[in-house]
Design a protein around this ligand. Structure first.
Ligand SMILES: NC(=O)c1ccc[n+]([C@@H]2O[C@H](COP(=O)([O-])OP(=O)(O)OC[C@H]3O[C@@H](n4cnc5c(N)ncnc54)[C@H](OP(=O)(O)O)[C@@H]3O)[C@@H](O)[C@H]2O)c1
Length: 288
């Protein structure tokens, strides 16, 4: 195989050392773990999120800290995202991959879902992705080379009760990625989705909306480092879909095969408490 031909990219092992990788949502959780891991493999990272202090702290903990660029950007702001991509090109001369990871959860039964909260989550999870793709794709197309790694979720395939709004944002991302992958064929651009199950991060504390969810059991979740390793795998192997944990892949297959049984189990194990009166205040929800 001619490894210099970008059109053969789908079949190549992609080097991480020396590449320039932009990560959205790099100030915490999965994004921060991915930034550290990719830096340890020799990549130069552009760290994007809204909290400057957190970003600076993550950068300090990375291999060759001085090499990486911090961009305090809200991904819902299309102009700011475009400026960040321009700054990346101006600083490093290119961009090899983006990890679209910035995301936020939204809670509530579908029949009571606050439409404003739902739109806020869509603006970050889907709007943020679209702004990044719109800004980066002209560069990827010009250099006939580029990788999108998109952090979706297992709920993009099968919703859980009381987080249907969040699941809808992740399902939308999955369909957008499918279309982008086909549209990018022959251009040297690849699209991978990483579908984590529960991850131990601040994600649950930051969800928008009331949290009256009661679970019989709640798994502590895998560490963000496990997802970071899956991102590295997706980058190296250009794999379309990666499940960081085999158990989540298996559960998805079982839900496809036995949907009625799966619904019954979820309805028994996850419930919603009765309204208490102060639920209308949509303060950040706490994981219980
Ligand atoms: N935790 C889970 O169980 C789980 C499971 C499956 C998938 N996921 C997905 O994994 C991704 C990362 O989640 P996590 O678990 O690492 O949660 P997290 O610790 O809460 O991290 C979320 C990251 O997104 C950033 N972010 C949020 N809104 C943003 C905005 N408007 N502009 C720029 N950055 C923004 C946050 O940074 P700032 O606040 O500094 O902006 C933070 O860096 C999300 O897409 C999430 O949906 C999580």
């Amino acid at each position: 195989m001619d490894v210099t031909n970008p059109h053969e990219r789908n079949h190549m092992r992609c080097p991480i050392e020396g590449s320039v990788i932009l990560i959205t949502g790099a100030s915490a959780g999965i994004g921060a773990a991915t930034a550290r891991l990719l830096a340890s493999h020799g990549a130069t990272i552009v760290l994007c999120a809204r909290r400057a202090d957190e970003l600076a702290h993550v950068r300090q903990t990375m291999h060759h800290a001085e090499r990486h660029l911090v961009c305090v950007v809200d991904v819902t702001d299309a102009h700011a995202v475009a400026a960040m991509v321009e700054q990346t090109i101006a600083t490093f001369g290119r961009i090899d991959a983006v990890v679209c990871n910035a995301g936020i959860g939204v809670t509530g039964p579908v029949a009571e879902l606050d439409y404003g909260n739902y739109l806020s989550a869509m603006a970050v999870n889907v709007g943020g992705f679209l702004h990044v793709v719109s800004a980066v794709n002209p560069y990827f197309t010009r250099q006939q080379d580029g990788q999108y790694i998109v952090i979706t979720s297992v709920v993009g395939q099968h919703a859980l009760p009381y987080t249907g709004g969040y699941a809808a944002t992740k399902a939308a991302l999955e369909r957008l990625c499918e279309a982008l992958r086909i549209e990018s064929r022959g251009l040297g651009i690849t699209v991978s989705v990483v579908r984590p199950g529960t991850v131990a991060s601040a994600f649950f504390a930051h969800r928008i909306g009331p949290d009256r969810e009661q679970r019989r059991t709640r798994s502590a979740g895998m560490s963000p480092q496990v997802v970071a390793r899956s991102v590295v795998w997706a980058l190296r192997h250009n794999q379309r879909i990666v499940y960081p944990r085999f158990r989540d892949r298996l559960l998805s297959v079982v839900a496809d095969m036995f949907p009625t049984w799966s619904d019954a189990i979820l309805a028994r194990t996850i419930r919603w408490q009765q309204k208490t009166g102060d639920d209308e205040a949509s303060s950040p929800a706490q994981d219980t």
